[in-house]
Each structure stands twice: as C-alpha cells, then as structure tokens.
Design a protein around this ligand. Structure first.
Ligand code: ACO
Length: 437
C-alpha cells in the first residue's frame, strides 16, 4: 500500500517577489495531489501566506482519507466508501481508520470484545447529567461529558493508556449520547446491554425505558451503522482540524475530542443535518413550495441557504449523499412512514441541479441533505442528529489525533496573521477621553 512516506519533494516552484526569486519545494501525494511547501517562506522572505478559512492550505500530510472533490471520490485508507458501505460494519471501519488496515477476523473479534466491555459510565455520571438544565441540548452535554471523562482516567500518556483511551471513547460514546437524550426528556439512563452489537446497543439505550423493552429491528440498526460508516472520516474538516489543533498542544485525547464535538455543533458543519429537517418542515408547513424556497436561497439580499447543499471540498455530488438517497427509500419502506419530507428534498434537489445559480457554483447535495430524513424516520429526535454525527466521526478524530502525535515532524499548530488594527498610539487616561458619566 502506498503510504505517506511516498509523498516526497519532486520539483520546485518559483516565487518572484521584490526582484528576488525563491525556489520552494513541491510535495506530491500518493494520489498526485501537489502542494507548494512554504514552511521556510517567512525565514527566506519575511512574508507569510494569507488564506482565510484555510481553503487552500494543507495543514499536514495524512494517510487516512482521500477525497477528490471534483470527481466525488471518497476513500478511507484507499478503500472506496461505496465498497465499505456495502460490505463492512462501523467497528470494522473504525479499526481500519485507526490502524490503517482492515482487521483480520481475530483482530475484529478482539476489538469488539474490548469495546463491548467498556460501554458503562462511572455511576457518578448520573449526578453529572442531573446537574445540567433539563432542556440542555445534547451536543454541549456530550462535549462536557467527554471532557469530564479525563477526570476519571488520569493516568500518564503511554502507548497502552492511549489505546485504552480511544477504546473507551468509542465504547462509551453511544452510552453518553443516549444518556444525554434521556436526560433531555426526563427519563432515567438505560444501562448498556453487552449482549447486543454496537449500534443495536445504542438504539436500545435510546428507546427502551425501565418499563418497556425495545426490540431492535436489525434492518434499522444496519441503516444507523451505515450512517456511522459514511460519517467516520472526512480528512481535514473543521472538527477534525480542531481535534488536531487542540491535540497539538499535547492536550489529551479526551480534551481534544471534546473540542471536536463543540466544533461539529455549528450549523455550517455537523449542525446542518438538523437545519435540513427544520428547513424541509418549514417548506412543508409554511413556505408551501420548494420553488419559493430555492428562490430565497438564491436571493443575495436574503441570508437563507439551501441547507445540506454545497461543500468546501466537493464540487460534484457528495458520494455519501448518493448512498444515503437510496438508503432513505429503504428505511421509509421499512418503517412505513410518510415520505413527505423525502419528496420535498428530492424536489429541491431537482430544482437546484438544473438552476444556473447552483450549477455555476458547483453546489450539490452533501451528506447532511438525506441523513436527517433517515434519522427522523427512525424516531431519532432532531436535537440528536448532530450527536449521531459525533458517534460516527469519532474514529476519524481518533485516527487523526494519533497520526499527528506519531508524526516525527509534529509541532504545535500556531497560524500567523496579517495585522490590520491600529498602529502604535499613546494610551490616554480615562479623564482625557471625554464623554459623560
Ligand atoms: N445555498 C445557497 N447558496 C450557497 C450555498 C447554499 N447552501 N452554499 C454556498 N452558496 C453560495 C454562497 O452564497 C456563495 O455565493 P457567491 O459566490 O455569490 O457569494 C458561493 O455559493 C460559495 O459559498 P461559500 O460560503 O463561499 O462556500 P464555502 O466553501 O465557504 O462553504 C458550506 C461551504 C459552508 C458548506 C456552504 O456551502 C453552506 O453554507 N452550505 C449549507 C450548510 C451545509 O449544508 N453544511 C454542511 C456541510 S457538510 C458537513 O459539514 C458535514
């Protein structure tokens, strides 16, 4: 398998500035992606590179996930997302992302066994959840709970303790997620049932009560597992970059993942799936027509966006959205629910894909456009959508954190800036600044 070591300086790029010519190394990745290495730019010229939003900045070399946004390609460790979605399970994918290779049968069995036996939370967590307001959104509750895990496992960082930490995170995340939901609806948390596999265990913790068991439908559990697989990694997105950024200060894995959860919460990132359903429901009840909504999304004087559309990297159809569009139909058939929201989503997609505004900007459905419809059909409440994303994205975050910490060139992340504030001026004491008291 070609690895990161295959990415080498092949040639140079020349930068001409103030009559000086500087040769900068060009780095080529295993999929022929090319980057100009500007690490020495400031030392050689006194200049830095300005790239707000990092849209054109490679922050690291990584061997985990490859995306070709122009062609709609997504691969984990070289394996196409379509094949993993078809043939693997979420825990298998988690192992692949974190360890670099698909597990053997024995490795997978060992991993499942380890995860299964770390699903419980310390009893003190009950008081932790009780201390928070009843209407607390589950995302900050999850971020706080993951941060709080550090206080229960304070051993020094070694290879062994790091392994235990990421196993604990993957094992306990569904328990934390389900508890955060149960807390928000005033029900007691349900303990994990370790006879169930990972996703079924999570669904039971969400929907069983102390008075009523919940029998997990394997078809629906598989749909959730598929969603987790599709969300498992997406290279240097906002939350993953946050995990790397926080971890680069040598903050521990729990603290770094907690920061990643907070980054994922925003409506332009993981929060978009919640916004998609709210948008579809608004269209169904208020706006009346998908056509009118698309017109609003195009209007420069209106801040409305077509949520679930557009992506910083994909400039063609997000391959995850294509897989989920099909899964939507399967799930809706199984639960026998209304397809009203799916119909509206498909109408929006149809309108946008033939509208010059969206076509010229290369705006296509992203993973969040269809995921919310599946979650809703499964009975997952809207404020839990982004939490589902957290469970899925966790192995990716772990894989990136480990890759960064094992990188011999690893340095604390510390971007620079172009200062545009006032130049030096003298301090004025308060009595000289005027204004009434
Ligand atoms: N609806 C309408 N117009 C849009 C949309 C949209 N969903 N997305 C982008 N545009 C327009 C912008 O107004 C802009 O137009 P302009 O060139 O006339 O000014 C142009 O397309 C480029 O948009 P940017 O915001 O500059 O693109 P960027 O790469 O920074 O943003 C983003 C990508 C944040 C995903 C954006 O497309 C968006 O807000 N989409 C909706 C939110 C969403 O679905 N987020 C989930 C992303 S996937 C994920 O995080 C898992």
């Amino acid at each position: 398998m070609p690895t990161q070591s295959a990415a080498q300086a092949k040639t140079t790029a020349t930068l001409d500035c103030d009559g000086k010519s500087i040769a900068l190394p060009v780095v080529k990745g295993t999929e022929s992606e090319v980057a100009v290495d500007i690490e020495k730019l400031r030392a050689q010229t006194g200049m830095i590179k300005l790239d707000p939003g990092y849209g054109n900045t490679g922050s690291c070399k990584s061997a985990i996930t490859f995306i070709d946004g122009e062609k709609g390609v997504l691969r984990y460790r070289g394996y196409p997302i379509e094949e993993l979605a078809q043939g693997s399970t979420f825990l298998e994918v988690a192992w692949l992302l974190i360890n670099g290779e698909l597990p053997t049968r024995a490795e997978l069995a060992g991993f499942i066994n380890e995860v299964t036996h770390h699903t419980m939370l310390h009893e003190n967590f009950n008081r932790f959840f009780e201390a928070l307001p009843k209407d607390a959104h589950p995302m900050p509750v999850c971020a706080a709970a993951v941060g709080a895990l550090t206080t229960f496992y304070q051993q020094p960082e070694t290879e062994q303790s790091t392994h235990e930490t990421w196993v604990r995170l993957i094992a306990k995340m569904p328990t934390i997620a389900a508890s955060s939901y149960k807390h928000s609806i005033g029900q007691p948390s349900i303990y994990p049932d370790n006879r169930l596999e990972y996703t079924s265990n999570f669904m039971r913790m969400m929907f069983a009560t102390p008075c009523e068991e919940y029998d997990v439908d394997p078809v629906l559990a598989r749909a959730v597992d598929l969603l987790f697989i599709l969300h498992a990694d997406h290279e240097q997105n906002c939350s993953t970059s946050t995990v790397r950024m926080v971890g680069s200060s040598r903050a521990n894995l729990f603290a770094s993942i907690s920061a990643g959860i907070s980054a994922l919460w925003g409506p332009l990132h993981g929060g978009a799936n919640q916004e998609v359903i709210e948008m579809l429901e608004r269209i169904a009840t208020e706006e009346g027509s998908a056509d009118r909504f698309v017109a609003k999304a195009k209007d420069k004087n209106d801040t409305t966006r077509l949520m679930g559309f557009g992506h910083r990297v994909y400039k063609s159809y997000d391959p995850r959205a294509a897989i989920l569009k099909k899964a939507c139909n399967d799930v809706l058939k199984r639960v026998g629910g209304s397809s009203r929201l799916l119909d509206i989503a498909m109408r929006l997609e149809e309108l946008a894909l033939k509208d010059d505004y969206f076509v010229s900007r290369k705006l296509y459905p992203n993973v969040d456009f269809y995921s919310g419809i599946i979650y809703k059909a499964l009975g997952i409440p809207i404020n839990m959508f982004t939490v589902m994303f957290v469970i899925g994205r966790l192995p990716g975050w772990v894989a990136h954190w480990l890759e960064m910490r094992r990188d011999p060139d690893f340095r604390i992340a510390r971007p620079r800036q172009v200062y545009v504030g006032p130049t030096m001026r003298a301090y004025q004491p308060i009595e000289m600044r005027g204004g009434r008291v």
